[in-house]
Design a protein around this ligand. Structure first.
Ligand code: ADP
Length: 430
């Protein structure tokens, strides 16, 4: 740099010396003129370079390096390099920021970054959907102006972020969000939003289930302990004693059935996928017919109808348990003299096992809930016929594990048809 400045000074001095020599040797005014011309030329050159710098610095471009002379060239070169480095740095930062934004977007949970005044700095698409935000218009807006639920506002105000906030949707579809605020960079907050609707439902189902099981077992237990007390405290004659013991046996049988069905359900739920062994259908249907006749004790007509050839592949115990439940339901919910049909059909599209009865039937409003555990249309009738309310739940699980579905068609007073439909992949010997 200094050499360039020295060169510029030397050029100015040389010009002045030459002009002075000219003035001294030839003519004074010629010398003055030469000095003015020399200095003017150099000034013009500096002025040209200066206006180039002015133009370039107003809109610096890195397409082409601006050309200049002397010391100016060095300044231009430095500025140009500086501008280029700056742009490369900005491009790098932009790429890093884009990566971070993409990572924020890729998170399965909602993420919102807030500043010290709870204004939105960043919000991923998941959070937009969860909280009904629109980041284009809502950026820099205080989040409490957009999510107006009092619990949420109180949570942010209280600033106790040791636990997440559980937020239920105010209206519309049932949705539960877990929002956890985490402090970062001083007073800023990051909101981590998880949709826990499913977990919440599972948790509620678990609680309901425990409550249901306790309730189901408590009733026979209460009856049983009542009878026990009576037997202990009161002298009964032989006949009455026998009657009480009979009722106690009935209650303990009921508890046994509930526990047995619960065990079956839990085995089916937790067991590995069913083994794929052929199940001899003629033999199974024969057994089901025998069971139906035994349960019916001559009160119904049992008919077997088969069409097509082929066996199922799967776990025999699970299929037998599912079909057995359908058969026993048909017997239990069909009045004296009714007809129960066990139908087995095999076709190119798969197989169907159905139990059709002309029993009491079911109102359409109950159909979607029938496979829920402990759901019963008529609790009294179910109990009187030895039901546990778990039969169709077992059926549904066992069929699911065999890629089959349960189809229910029923008309109150006319009868019902419960059909288990299996895909062709579950049938052998078609
Ligand atoms: P349960 O042990 O009470 O029979 P299930 O889970 O097997 O329990 O069935 C649930 C409910 O579905 C029964 O309580 C009954 O109300 C109804 N249901 C099942 N099968 C039939 C049927 N074939 N006809 C009429 N109602 C039925």
């Amino acid at each position: 740099m200094w050499s360039q400045i020295a060169r510029t000074l030397i050029l100015a001095l040389t010009t002045l010396t030459a002009a002075a020599a000219l003035g001294w040797l030839v003519d004074y005014w010629l010398g003055v003129l030469a000095a003015l011309a020399g200095i003017g030329l150099q000034m013009a050159r500096h002025f040209r370079n200066f206006s180039r710098l002015d133009r370039w610095s107003t809109a610096p471009s890195i397409e082409a390096r601006p050309e200049a002379e002397g010391a100016w060239d060095m300044i231009f070169s430095r500025l140009y390099r500086h501008e280029k480095d700056l742009r490369a740095q900005i491009a790098r930062r932009d790429a890093e920021l884009a990566l971070l934004t993409a990572a924020g977007q890729a998170l399965p949970d909602g993420v919102i970054l807030l500043d010290e005044q709870n204004r939105i700095l960043f919000c991923n698409t998941t959070a937009e959907n969860q909280l009904g935000l629109d980041v284009r218009s809502d950026r820099r807006q205080p989040v409490v102006n957009l999510v107006r639920q009092p619990d949420f506002i109180a949570y942010l105000e209280a600033a106790d972020f040791s636990r997440p906030l559980s937020l239920r949707a105010e209206r519309g579809e049932e949705r539960v969000l877990s929002i956890h605020a985490i402090a970062y960079a001083g007073d800023r907050r990051l909101l981590h939003v998880r949709d826990v609707t499913l977990a919440d439902r599972v948790d509620r189902m678990r609680r309901d289930f425990v409550a249901n099981v306790s309730h189901e077992l408590r009733t026979p237990l209460t009856v049983l302990s009542g009878f026990l007390e009576t037997l202990q405290e009161i002298e009964l004659d032989r006949g009455e004693r026998e009657r009480y013991l009979g009722m106690m046996a009935e209650q303990s049988l009921r508890m046994q059935s509930i526990v047995q069905d619960l065990l079956t359900l839990s085995t089916i739920e937790s067991a590995p996928p069913p083994e794929n062994l052929p199940i001899e259908m003629p033999e199974l249907i024969d057994k089901l017919r025998g069971d139906a006749e035994a349960l019916s004790a001559g009160r119904h007509t049992i008919v077997v109808e088969t069409a097509g050839r082929g066996d199922l592949i799967g776990a025999r115990s699970e299929i037998a348990s599912a079909f057995g439940n359908l058969v026993s339901n048909a017997v239990r919910y069909t009045l004296l003299g009714g007809t129960i049909r066990l139908q087995w059909r095999v076709g190119a599209e798969g197989a169907e096992f159905a139990v059709q009865d002309n029993g009491i039937g079911i109102d359409a409003k109950h159909l979607p809930r029938l496979t829920e555990r402990f759901y019963r249309v008529d609790r009294g009738r179910s109990r009187d016929t030895g039901g546990t309310g778990l039969g169709l739940a077992i059926v549904k699980h066992a069929l699911n594990r065999h890629q089959a579905r349960l189809e229910i068609v029923s008309t109150p007073g006319m009868g019902s048809r419960f059909a288990a439909k299996f895909p062709a992949s579950r049938v052998v010997g078609l």
